[in-house]
Design a protein around this ligand. Structure first.
Ligand SMILES: C[S@@+](CC[C@H](N)C(=O)[O-])C[C@H]1O[C@@H](n2cnc3c(N)ncnc32)[C@H](O)[C@@H]1O
Length: 247
């Protein structure tokens, strides 16, 4: 397993355009992470607190395993070729992806903008895992176009402001091969009868200020026009969704 800060071919990287620098600090950390998610992802103590299976499961109202398994089932038991996971997640999702990549003779790349998250993930993976950990911003993937067979975006989009969310998905579409599968798992608007439809928004507005965007708009709205064959599956009364598209 290798850990590469800065990308595959760092020497050939052009500086980010000024628009990207605005909302990033001097270390390249997005403003929304430093402002709204420092306690969950940026602060090393946050990583220690949240890297607990039961806590992640609690935050997802007991649905972690179900959502993880839905994503894994969509990608397949064996993952030949190259797979991309956009952003680290707490729990054992990446360990499963890594095993499936090994079983298929493939390779997994995981990108994340926070070194502390990549280091945490490295500790969870066996030393011989066929996984590369790449420090990159999802809105500016320094990866060649069309180089992945599939990609997974697991609970990232609700954390991002609109502009970043759209750019992330444009980048994911760019780096996946035509015909490749893109799997997105995230929040959605629960059905009218779901108590969380009424109880959850005040807390979400406070803790995850961009998450309600995914309630207001269908996932298709955030995807590039080139997305085809969109398929959606709902979980837990609609509070969660898995969306699968073909590049
Ligand atoms: C995938 S999301 C949340 C996942 C889910 N709540 C969990 O951990 O179980 C959290 C990760 O996204 C990463 N992240 C957020 N914005 C990013 C960006 N622009 N580029 C790359 N990684 C990003 C954070 O650093 C963090 O590791």
């Amino acid at each position: 397993m290798s850990l590469m800060y800065g990308g595959l071919d760092n020497t050939a990287i052009a500086p980010s355009p000024p628009v990207l620098q605005h909302c990033r600090d001097e270390a390249g950390i997005p403003h929304y992470l430093n402002t709204h998610y420092w306690w969950a992802y940026v602060h090393p103590k946050g990583v220690k607190v949240f890297e607990r299976g039961w806590l992640v499961n609690l935050i997802l109202w007991g649905n972690y395993a179900r959502l993880r398994d839905a994503a894994l089932a969509e990608l397949g038991d064996r993952l030949p070729g190259k797979s991309l996971q956009v952003a680290c997640v707490y729990g054992d999702l990446t360990c499963h992806l890594s095993k499936r990549s090994a079983a298929g003779g493939g390779r997994l790349d995981v990108v994340d903008v926070l070194p502390v998250q990549l280091n945490n993930l490295r500790r969870k993976l066996p030393p011989d895992a066929p996984v590369r950990l790449l420090r990159m911003d999802s809105i500016d993937l320094r990866l060649p176009s069309g180089c992945y067979d599939r990609a997974l975006v697991f609970f990232l989009l609700h954390e991002q402001p609109r502009h970043d969310r759209e750019r992330t998905m444009r980048e994911v579409f760019r780096v996946v091969k035509p015909g490749g599968k893109i799997v997105i798992v995230d929040y959605a608007m629960p059905r009218w009868w779901h108590p969380l439809r009424y109880l959850w928004p005040p807390l979400l507005r406070w803790l995850e200020p961009f998450a309600l965007d995914l309630w207001r708009r269908e996932m298709a709205y955030w995807l590039p026009a080139a997305a085809s064959g969109l398929r959606k599956e709902s979980f837990f009364g609609g509070l969660y969704q898995k969306v699968v598209v073909t590049r």
